[in-house]
Design a protein around this ligand. Sequence first.
Ligand SMILES: Nc1nc2c(ncn2[C@@H]2O[C@H](COP(=O)(O)OP(=O)(O)O)[C@@H](O)[C@H]2O)c(=O)[nH]1
Ligand SMILES: [Mg+2]
Length: 339
Amino acid sequence: MTGVCDFDGCTVGETGVCALERDPASCEHHVGKEPSESADGAEDENDQSDLATIGAPVLEHQTGMSAFPASRTLGPDAISKMMASRYVNVIGILGDPEAGKTACLASLYLMISNAKLAGWNFADSKSLKAFEDIARGAREWDAGNPPDQMTVHTELSDDRQPGFLHLRLVRESDGRRVDLALPDLPGEWTTELIGTSRVDRFEFMKSAEVIWIVLDGRALESKERRQGVISRVGQLAGRIVTLFSGKIPRLVLVTTHRDSGELPDTVQARLIAELGKRDVTATIVPVAPFSNDEEVKPGFGLEDLISTTTAGDRSLSEFWPSADPIEGTRSYISYRRDR
Ligand SMILES: Nc1nc2c(ncn2[C@@H]2O[C@H](COP(=O)(O)OP(=O)(O)O)[C@@H](O)[C@H]2O)c(=O)[nH]1
Ligand SMILES: [Mg+2]
């Protein structure tokens, strides 16, 4: 048998004549082209190219997008799954770029992970890496020489979906656990919500119990910028009312940069009055996630922020209250009336 015919004894390879007297091109036993000079040359070429690839990378460079998400925050699906198994307090966090939203989250994480958030202990987080990402700048912070920027500008891998951070805290006073889902959103989302009423990305807020509106405390201190900020808060409240078609979650105005100065009572009153025009009420919590003032500790106000955020939660009723019967009272009928 030759290299081009699988019929035993065929010499078509040497003589070009088919042993079965057929046309080699159409013979069923003919399995390939005759080895020729040019084919030998091609083999040599293959050998050459084999040699050339020695030492070259064995895997081709990936040309598509990385399979890993750019951010390690949790998507809305992960939060929904979590909500199916336990009560999760979703928080809406709004505020213009540079207001201090990410700083609040980074500082909250640093405080709780260093056991410095009075009244609360850390229990768990499903997004530790994402917290580490936003807190890295602050970790490198040298108290005497703070960097210009403690946090990086927030960008999402998918601009239509919020990225959430998760924290489970335990309240020292009663051992109660709270699961917080905190979105770290780009400020542009708020700017566009106010400017163009773009609400599609805020669907998740319908599950929120509390909304933080984060405001740059320095802008509220400055006489020139103050009125602009107050008006925007009013516009934002209007958008929120429309988004919820009426009944809105509790609002907390988080004013950052407390280390630059205290928010005057008159400014607080003007903020509340502006919201009042839209029948909206809010609690104001001044904070300083980071601080350049020795008098104000970094993390100032965050305990207050967490207490205010979780304050409206349903108080757990006692599972099996003991009630000694009192003669003459209609206990059976009155049961649960006081709850
Ligand atoms: N000193 C000080 N710096 C703050 C405070 N809040 C925010 N910052 C800084 O202000 C900058 C913008 O904050 P960031 O949280 O990124 O704003 P975001 O766009 O709302 O997320 C960052 O460099 C923060 O470190 C504060 O209370 N005190
Ligand atoms: Mg941010």
